[in-house]
Design a protein around this ligand. Structure first.
Ligand SMILES: CC(C)(COP(=O)(O)OP(=O)(O)OC[C@H]1O[C@@H](n2cnc3c(N)ncnc32)[C@H](O)[C@@H]1OP(=O)(O)O)[C@@H](O)C(=O)NCCC(=O)NCCS
Length: 178
């Protein structure tokens, strides 16, 4: 059995989510630019999500042994015709990285997207320099579609961004459809 489970984020999670968002060590690994975010902004952001969640799924990654919330996994911008959505993952708790949790969570999140959400395609963007994330996505079966040159701006530098995707059939062939 997996050592983690996914549940929907709640407003009570915002203090931890806000701490991760303010941590440059974390945000340096993400495609978006660093921004200062107050807890009030994050609570308002969460309430916006909770009142309109048709195309967005925002989940907490939790340890089974003690229910500790160690990261987030989002499936965003779900398109009803193409049945495609965008994948995001973050293990915010540094001590929990490199232990296999990201891989387990990615597979659980993809299974949820394909088998519960009836998605056909899941895509993502990742900094080319984020070798751990690129390696994780390849191991889980994502295919590299291309490189967006200088598409991110971080710490004064433009950085390349890779586009990757996985289709439902590819997921089932690798991870099973049960
Ligand atoms: C990227 C991230 C989700 C990976 O999760 P993780 O729990 O740390 O990774 P895992 O332990 O599941 O390892 C998955 C694969 O990543 C690779 N990996 C793990 N640690 C690594 C390291 N230190 N360096 C390079 N690759 C590494 C390995 O290929 C590993 O597969 P393997 O164990 O079968 O060899 C996590 O590290 C994280 O949230 N980092 C910060 C935010 C981030 O980068 N998010 C992704 C943005 S696109």
């Amino acid at each position: 059995m997996s050592g983690i489970y996914l549940r929907e984020l709640g407003e009570a999670d915002m203090a931890l989510v806000n701490a991760w968002r303010r941590d440059r060590e974390v945000t340096d690994l993400l495609c978006g630019p660093f921004r200062h975010v107050s807890i009030e902004t994050d609570v308002a952001w969460f309430r916006g999500y909770a009142s309109s969640r048709a195309s967005a799924t925002r989940l907490a990654i939790c340890l089974r042994e003690n229910d500790r919330h160690v990261g987030n996994l989002y499936l965003l911008d779900a398109q009803p015709i193409e049945r495609a959505c965008e994948f995001h993952i973050l293990i915010g708790d540094r001590a929990q990285r490199g232990k296999g949790l990201g891989k387990e969570a990615t597979i659980l999140g993809l299974r949820h997207a394909f088998h519960d959400g009836n998605m056909h395609r899941v895509h993502l963007r990742v900094l080319a320099a984020n070798t751990r994330a690129v390696s994780l996505y390849k191991k889980c079966g994502f295919t590299l579609e291309g490189v967006l040159r200088d598409a991110a701006f971080k710490n004064g530098k433009f950085l390349d961004v890779q586009l990757m995707s996985m289709l439902r059939d590819e997921f089932d062939a690798r991870h099973g459809n049960g």
